[in-house]
Ligand binder design. Structure first.
Ligand SMILES: *Cc1c(COP(=O)(O)O)cnc(C)c1O
Length: 358
């Protein structure tokens, strides 16, 4: 199997080996040390300051999104949500479900966020800004520096879903004034799904502390208190936390976040150069390094994604753009992939082209 899907992604042998071990009991000083080290390493990677805290929540990335909405916001907020696809819509739905006032800043699927779009929301009565910095459904990366400046000028709390962007695109919580970063275990962290990671600035922690969360399991304040001693209120996905620990240490030893971002961005550029020989097009000028969204120039009868999976054992992701009839697929660059793996995908596409499938 060769997996270019957008999560789960290919894990290294080290991570796979940890997954094959017996699960240890977790109410121990040894496991607390692992959790505390995970928190330290995440803060380092995100450029978070000393007063920030990290929560490792058992659940997929959406659990982190929902817990954030439930614990950071309340009815007195008015949240501006960037909505350019499936994940932006998920934030809008979560705000509506939890009765948090919000406005959807709608962007056409596959389009970039521009300064002009933001300018329309200057000096309005918003309190916070919510964005999936890589809208994985389209691959679009929104300009974080631009957003950060807008939030600073308008005094907005900035919450960034970086589930697919963390380790693929630059992000520094202090330099870019980010108050909450949400990520997950199964994207560029290249571990199995099951842990969502929420990093909170001091301002965000204050909000969590003063918000009454109407959920026992998703109560982030309870998690912050337990986290001081490296523990969680309930049994976490222990093995995944051990895998995350190995991965974070490996990232640190390999040169830190910049090294990994460069590796992923080189891999993306390698693929984007190689795909040029086909009658496909990369339409979006603001893609994340994590993913390349490829459009076919013509209508293709064959479902390329299905054929790749069933006949070549290579997985890529489909995408939906209701406005365009062209076939779209998304190729991920996260996880344990190499330029040679890109070659295997290109070879498979050449073979399919030779077979007259497109
Ligand atoms: C993958 C992803 C999530 C989380 O999705 P889950 O299926 O709940 O893990 C959230 N936001 C973005 C931008 C993602 O790419």
């Amino acid at each position: 199997m060769l997996n270019f899907a957008l999560g789960p992604v290919m894990s290294s042998d080290l991570i796979i080996e940890i997954g094959a071990q017996q699960t240890p009991y977790f109410r121990t000083p040894e496991f607390s040390q692992v959790t505390l080290e995970n928190e330290r390493l995440m803060k380092e990677l995100l450029g978070a300051d000393e007063k920030s805290r990290v929560i490792f929540l058992t659940g997929s990335g959406t659990a982190g999104m929902e817990a954030t909405v439930m614990n950071v916001f309340n009815k007195d907020d008015n949240v501006l949500v960037v909505n350019g696809g499936g994940f932006g819509q998920r934030f809008v739905d979560l705000c509506e479900l939890h009765e948090i006032p919000c406005e959807s800043l709608d962007i056409q699927f596959g389009h970039c966020l521009t300064q002009e779009m933001l300018d329309e929301y200057n000096n309005k009565e918003f309190t916070a800004f919510l964005v999936n910095i890589c809208e994985t459904s389209s691959g679009v990366y929104y300009d974080l520096d631009m957003i950060s400046k807008f939030c600073k000028e308008n005094n907005l709390l900035l919450v960034v879903d970086a589930v697919s962007s963390f380790l693929a695109d630059p992000l520094n919580m202090v330099e870019q004034n980010v108050d909450v970063v949400i990520t997950g275990s199964q994207k560029a962290l290249a571990c199995p799904p099951g842990i969502s990671i929420i990093t909170l600035s001091e301002a965000a922690i204050k909000r969590v502390e003063s918000t009454k969360c109407k959920s026992m399991y998703f109560d982030l304040n309870d998690m912050l208190i337990n986290g001081i001693r490296g523990q969680t209120p309930y049994t976490p996905a222990i093995t995944i936390l051990l895998q995350i620990n190995a991965r974070l240490n490996q990232l640190k030893d390999d040169g830190g976040i910049d090294t990994e971002i460069k590796r992923i961005s080189d891999l993306a550029n390698d693929f984007r150069a190689k795909i040029k020989e086909f009658p496909f097009e990369i339409k979006c000028p603001c893609l994340s390094n994590a993913v390349t969204t490829v459009h076919s120039n013509e209508i293709i009868e064959t479902n390329l994604v299905e054929v790749l999976k069933n006949e070549y054992d290579i997985w890529v992701s489909t995408a939906r753009d209701d406005l365009s009839k062209s076939m779209i697929f998304r190729v991920g660059h996260m996880g344990d992939l190499t330029p040679e793996d890109n070659d295997k995908l290109i070879d498979a596409l050449r073979d399919m082209q030779k077979r007259g499938l497109f």
